[in-house]
Write a protein that binds this ligand. Structure first.
Ligand code: TRP
Length: 336
């Protein structure tokens, strides 16, 4: 197996939603089919440990996320699709990297700083109250995910850019101290991939609980779309598409000409109920087939395990010899 041209991880917390689809799953499914690229996609289940402490939820989330990617057409034969926890070389590399990562670098991580600032705001004497080492050293585990496969490019959302900078920093430090083994990975922010708004108009996110699940029943999908917040303009009044969640969601799914037509209807004063119904029908049509695939897949989790196991075998064709090389480089090797 070759090193990764593209690599990205999906934290297994929560149920896959429309925002995950247009932001991460859809572009990844596309590039998974590209025969000229080696793409690695994995379920970051060790990362999920710091976000929730419910074993059942974690397992269910891994199942749902894996099933969603497969149902939406991920070409798992052409790419490398695996679970982080099936690759024991990753935690081993994490410790090796931890040992040369500056604590000061981790002090500057946004996620850690935000939690510490919150503690100070609340007036706690200890700014580290409730903060685990998992949260603090999260960027090192992420660096190991990436460096384990010497990935060249890492597509992520804007919130992950700092983690990529840290990964480069850590890789450069290893290369400097020991030997130049690691490629410094580049971040790829896909400006065309959409960021969806949720039911309340803020970014669609599990943390705001404003999301529309990808594979709920058709009835639930309609019900949730009908709940999208709008203003109080009446049926015949012209409406502004640019500030409207229904419109931006439609745009993330539809072609340019269909979007133009919808825009015209807005200017002419489409009723909110009609706009929502149009959006529902459009999204439902796209999700219909994948929903059936998903419902089948989820019934036989052992088939998904099999796919992930095969992915791990492919991934380890790279990670096992590469970790061996890393161990030799740092002097952890046979003594003879
Ligand atoms: N931290 C990423 C997120 O929350 C998920 C992730 C874990 C990841 N390991 C990765 C992304 C490696 C890219 C590469 O979205």
């Amino acid at each position: 197996m070759k090193n990764a041209d593209y690599l990205t991880g999906i934290t297994t917390s929560g149920t896959p939603h429309l925002g995950n689809y247009v932001g991460a799953i859809r572009p990844a499914v596309e590039s998974s089919k590209n025969k000229d690229l080696v793409s690695y996609y994995f379920l970051a289940d060790y990362h999920s440990l710091i976000k929730n402490h419910d074993p059942k939820l974690r397992k269910q989330s891994a199942l749902e996320i894996a099933a969603a990617w497969i149902a939406l057409g991920l070409d798992y034969d052409n790419c490398v699709f695996y679970r982080q926890s099936d690759i024991p070389e990753i935690p081993e590399l994490t410790w090796i990297l931890t040992s040369l990562t500056a604590k000061g670098l981790m002090n500057r991580a946004h996620a850690y700083k935000a939690s510490a600032a919150e503690n100070i705001d609340k007036g706690y004497k200890d700014q580290d109250k409730g903060i685990t080492m998992g949260l603090f050293s999260y960027p090192v585990l992420m660096a190991a995910d990436i460096l384990m496969f010497n990935a060249r490019k890492v597509p992520v959302g804007k919130d992950q850019v700092q983690h990529l900078e840290m990964t480069r920093d850590i890789a450069a430090r290893f290369n400097h101290i020991y030997k130049k083994l690691f490629i410094l990975p580049e971040v790829v922010i896909d400006e065309t991939s959409a960021v969806l708004s949720g039911l309340d108009g803020r970014k669609m996110s599990k943390s705001y609980n404003n999301y529309i699940p990808l594979f709920d029943t058709e009835k639930r999908l309609r019900k949730l779309i009908m709940k999208i917040k709008t203003n109080s303009l009446g049926p015949d009044e012209p409406k502004d598409p640019d500030t409207c969640t229904i419109f931006s969601t439609f745009k993330a799914f539809a072609s340019e000409s269909e979007t133009k037509y919808f825009e015209k209807q807005y200017r002419n004063g489409i009723a909110w109920g009609t706009a929502k119904q149009t959006l529902f029908e459009y999204v439902n049509e796209i999700l219909n087939e994948p929903r059936k695939n998903y419902q089948e897949l989820i019934k036989t989790p052992s088939d998904i395990d099999e796919i992930l196991k095969q992915g791990a075998v492919k991934a380890r064709e790279f990670s096992v010899p590469f970790l061996d090389k890393i161990r030799k480089t740092i002097g952890i090797q046979t003594l003879g």
